[in-house]
Design a protein around this ligand. Structure first.
Ligand code: JFZ
Length: 439
């Protein structure tokens, strides 16, 4: 009977690796501590400058898309500059698209000629990126697309990349004559092997994405060989951290973290208690989009970062470099503002998580918590103009100061409510932070 019980448990929580949750926590400690990373989406679509899905959205065939390969010439590519910008914005890791859905590889793969070394760039751009991350003390991440709109064996789905004109199954079948996903699976394994063998220690792999659908179309774990890929990645890089887009949800260790994409700050609370990283863009598109005018404000970006940490998660913020290989002025300006805030306030981010339940804030404000130092950080999105703030439930606070300058905030406690005296003039930071010591 005991044996049966154990088997039932394993049946419910299938496992690919013998790793306990405690060991996983240990392996991921640097990542949960870091809280803030940079995503970089860069490829041939940067030349079109109108979304990384342009090949799909505009139904361009290989021949029509070829001009971007022919014109790819990133004369300003300087990953050291990227890494410096990430680092000064307080980011601790980077994740670069080594290959996006278009299939173009930024690395010198043996298994294709559709790669940067065959363009005017003539270089393995991934290698230079890896070196730049390491030289700047950033952890190294690879994004790798499971979809591939260029590979001759990748079958066309009735949803991605192109729905056949009449949307019928027979049209879909006809388009796939001669394509062989078994060969494509071998290609995936070969390229993952290259990426995780030829570039030293890789800290994160971000494989994207699965879309199994009810009608028997779409692609999922059996199409990619997801279990094989995970085993391979763990074998080649035992410390690596893997995202959850391989369609292995039934396996407890099928992934290390969840990836809520482009969600609003208010939706992040439901991930509390899990391992997660929300991925976000500056303006909507991931690839460089010249004419997109929907750029998030400094305040919105801070909200995403702070609200992520206040719910126990990470933020990975995306930059889409231009075809010349550099960040455009809007990205630079946004990163500079974050750098300014982070330099003064990063203690409220690194190593922090959600606070114990009793520590609530007024609507719009957020609280993060350093559990080792027992320090609460109250992020004032709504700065009080009357020179004081009341915090019910904060009666155990022993000492209070602003985080940015360690200036004392006079405090009184009445029952379980803490009252702090604040300057009537709001400090220069968009979101000033109170540092409240529980010990
Ligand atoms: C994917 C890509 O298609 C996109 O170009 C970008 O790289 C982004 C980070 O990831 O987009 C997705 C993938 C999964 C979902 C949504 C968008 N999803 O599961 O909701």
């Amino acid at each position: 009977l005991m044996l049966l019980g154990t088997q039932t448990l394993f049946a419910q929580q299938k496992q690919i690796f013998a790793e306990t949750p405690a060991q996983q926590k240990q392996r991921m400690a640097w990542w949960t501590d870091a809280r803030f990373g940079m995503f970089v989406h860069w490829g041939l679509y940067s030349l079109a400058a109108r979304h990384e899905w342009v090949k799909n959205y505009e139904k361009l065939n290989d021949q029509q898309y070829q001009k971007y390969f022919d014109r790819f010439n990133p004369d300003q590519f300087d990953p050291n500059a990227w890494a410096k910008q990430a680092k000064s914005a307080g980011m601790k890791y980077m994740v670069l698209t080594t290959k996006h859905h278009e299939g173009f590889c930024l690395f010198d793969s043996k298994y294709t000629d559709y790669k940067s070394t065959k363009t005017a760039a003539k270089r393995d751009l991934v290698r230079e990126y890896v070196n730049a991350c390491r030289n700047n003390g950033l952890k190294v991440g690879f994004y790798y697309s499971l979809l591939d709109w260029h590979h001759p064996d990748y079958t066309v789905d009735n949803i991605y990349p192109t729905r056949p004109a009449n949307g019928s199954d027979s049209a879909y079948t006809r388009m796939n004559v001669g394509r062989d996903m078994a060969k494509y699976r071998a290609y995936l394994k070969n390229q993952i092997t290259e990426l995780l063998t030829n570039y030293g220690k890789i800290d994160v792999i971000w494989m994207d994405f699965s879309f199994p659908n009810k009608n028997g179309h779409g692609k999922g774990k059996d199409d990619w060989g997801s279990i094989e890929l995970i085993k391979l990645a763990r074998k080649l890089q035992p410390g690596i951290i893997i995202n959850n887009r391989l369609n292995l949800e039934e396996y407890r260790d099928g992934a290390d973290f969840e990836t809520p994409e482009q969600v609003k700050p208010a939706e992040l609370e439901k991930y509390k208690g899990k391992l997660w990283e929300t991925c976000q863009t500056f303006s909507g598109s991931w690839g460089y989009y010249r004419d997109e005018n929907s750029w998030k404000t400094h305040r919105q970006l801070l909200d995403l970062l702070i609200t992520s940490v206040a719910n126990g998660g990470n933020l990975i913020l995306n930059v889409g470099p231009t075809a010349r290989g550099e960040f455009d002025y809007r990205a630079n300006r946004a990163l500079d503002s974050l750098a300014y805030w982070m330099r003064a306030n990063n203690k409220a981010i690194y190593g922090c998580t959600y606070a114990p339940d009793q520590y609530k804030t007024a609507a719009g404000d957020r609280v993060t918590y350093d559990p080792l130092k027992k320090i609460l950080y109250v992020h004032l999105f709504n700065y009080p103009t009357d020179g004081k703030i009341g915090l019910p439930g904060y009666g155990k606070v022993k000492y209070a100061q602003f985080l940015h300058d360690s200036s004392e905030l006079k405090m009184t406690t009445s029952g379980d409510e803490l009252t702090l005296v604040l300057p009537k003039k709001k400090p220069i930071y968009e979101v000033p932070v109170l540092q409240l010591f529980l010990e």
